[in-house]
Design a protein around this ligand. Structure first.
Ligand SMILES: [Zn+2]
Length: 106
């Protein structure tokens, strides 16, 4: 029994699209979930540099990178997150002491 080929439709506008298309030609929606640029190694590294630990969902949702790579990215991003929090805390303390010193001058 040969099932008729299921037509590919866009998940957003429900118009017909080609199976090989990466984006819907009608509304521009990404058709390859988990396979866009942001799920590739380059995309994840770029995101990690730009938004740090917030890139983690992309790491986990990616279908392009291996489980080992996901583990490594997760570890690196978590360490990065801890460092970021520490840095923010130091900045906060510095701002606080500067503000207090400034106010103390009056
Ligand atoms: Zn569409």
């Amino acid at each position: 029994m040969n099932l008729p080929q299921q037509p590919f439709t866009c998940p957003r506008c429900h118009l017909l699209v080609e199976e090989k298309d990466n984006f819907c030609r009608h509304c521009g929606k990404t058709l390859k979930t988990g396979q866009t640029f942001f799920y590739s190694h380059t995309g994840i590294i770029l995101l990690a540099v730009l938004i740090g630990p917030f890139a983690l969902p992309c790491v986990w949702m990616s279908k392009q990178i291996s489980l080992t790579a996901k583990g490594i990215y997760t570890a690196v991003l978590l360490i990065l997150g801890v460092l970021l929090v520490q840095m923010c805390y130091r900045m906060y303390q510095l701002t606080l002491s500067v503000t207090q010193g400034y106010l103390g001058a009056f």
